[in-house]
Design a protein around this ligand. Structure first.
Ligand code: COA
Length: 345
């Protein structure tokens, strides 16, 4: 690095720095001006979308009335144009959803409570992909830690304190997931409501497990619980492989990389991944069912005094039903072609 030695060199350097400083000021002024322009554009775009939505809603209601009151007065052409308009309204609604993913919006109740009124919208596709990628990596790292932790509790040390630490880590992990998923949803991710809710429920379940006092009943369920967590970490690892594979292929599709990824190629990879993953997922769901049945049986024992037994039993049953039915629905929708991911690229 150049460092001036004599005074004349220092003065020359100072002059240059002054010029450079002016440049910095100009760039910063331009940046602020552009930011203001962007904010104005964002506001006008948001209000235009709101206006369109309102009018489309009114139009849908009016079309419904036209069709409902005197259907015999309408010719087949009229009926066809009504159906066409309705289809187009549906497409527009989907497009608005995608447009809004790039516009700042007010946080929902949960994010508002956790983060306050700060915008979490990421304004370009690369940042969105990077955030999602980071979310998947975060899950992977925690999965490995949780695997090691549950292995240690299951096979190496049997201390209630260690179990409590494990459950505390689970509470923190699921809580963090709910926040990250809310940010992802704000940014246009199509995560189904159940998967987000499933993490709230898992936070609750881990919290209840944390408060379950040491005793005969706790010990009765402990090994099954830790075994289930070991298995879940393993399935989560497979899920990571599938989800991040989808993410990279979608990115390659969207950016037109010369990675030889086509819509058909993506679909066929996705089906192969799903076919491999599904048996493991369903086995996990039935393990949740088994946990629930075990806990309900324990609840009927005369020595059962802990409220946690019934609470955990109900939570596992809810997890089983929600996960099983939602997975079936996702697979069915994909099969029927309703869930064409390539559209969202
Ligand atoms: N958790 C968080 N996000 C999920 C998710 C889950 N379980 N399942 C799907 N998503 C996300 C996807 O990443 C995608 O996000 P994007 O819009 O930002 O790209 C969006 O939701 C839509 O995904 P979709 O196309 O519906 O499903 P998919 O092909 O990505 O995944 C499954 C389908 C069935 C593999 C996946 O939902 C899954 O793993 N479900 C099982 C979860 C479970 O039961 N866990 C307990 C195991 S014991």
């Amino acid at each position: 690095m150049f460092s001036p030695s004599g005074l004349s060199e220092c003065l020359r350097e100072w002059d240059e720095l002054e010029k450079d400083y002016q440049q910095v000021q100009d760039t910063q002024r331009l940046y602020k001006q552009k930011l203001e322009e962007v904010t104005k554009l964002q506001n006008s775009c948001s209000s235009a979308i709101d206006r369109q939505r309102k009018k489309l809603k009114e139009l849908t209601a009016s079309l419904g009335k036209c069709k409902g009151t005197r259907p015999t007065d309408l010719s087949p052409e009229d009926m066809a144009s009504i159906a066409e308009i309705k289809e187009s309204i549906k497409e527009k609604t989907d497009t608005f959803f995608e447009m809004e993913a790039f516009l700042p919006k007010k946080n929902g109740l949960y994010l508002g409570l956790v983060l306050g009124n700060v915008s979490v919208t990421l304004l370009n596709k690369q940042t969105k992909f990077a955030y999602k990628d980071e979310y998947e990596k975060f899950k992977l790292i925690l999965t490995v830690i949780l695997f090691i932790f549950s292995f240690t509790c299951q096979f190496l040390f049997s201390y209630r304190v260690l179990d409590a630490l494990f459950n505390f880590l689970l509470v923190w992990y699921y809580c963090t997931l709910t926040i990250r998923e809310s940010v992802l949803i704000s940014n246009g991710s199509r995560i189904k409501g159940w998967w987000a809710f499933h993490h709230y429920l898992s936070t609750f379940l881990s919290g209840v497990m944390l408060t379950w006092p040491e005793g005969a009943l706790y010990q009765m369920f402990r090994s099954q619980f830790l075994g289930y967590n070991l298995y879940q970490s393993f399935v989560q690892f497979l899920q990571y492989y599938y989800q991040s594979g989808c993410l990279y292929r979608l990115r390659a599709l969207g950016e037109g990389h010369n990675m030889d990824v086509t819509v058909e190629g993506f679909q066929s990879w996705m089906w192969r991944g799903l076919t491999f993953l599904l048996p493991f997922l369903f086995f996990g769901h039935f393990w949740q069912f088994y946990n629930s049945v075990t806990l309900f049986r324990m609840f009927q024992l005369p020595e059962c005094k802990e409220w946690q037994v019934l609470m955990c039993g109900c939570s596992y049953m809810a997890l089983f039903m929600g996960n099983f039915l939602t997975t079936l629905r996702v697979v069915y929708q994909k099969y029927m072609g309703n869930q064409d991911k390539s559209k969202s690229v």
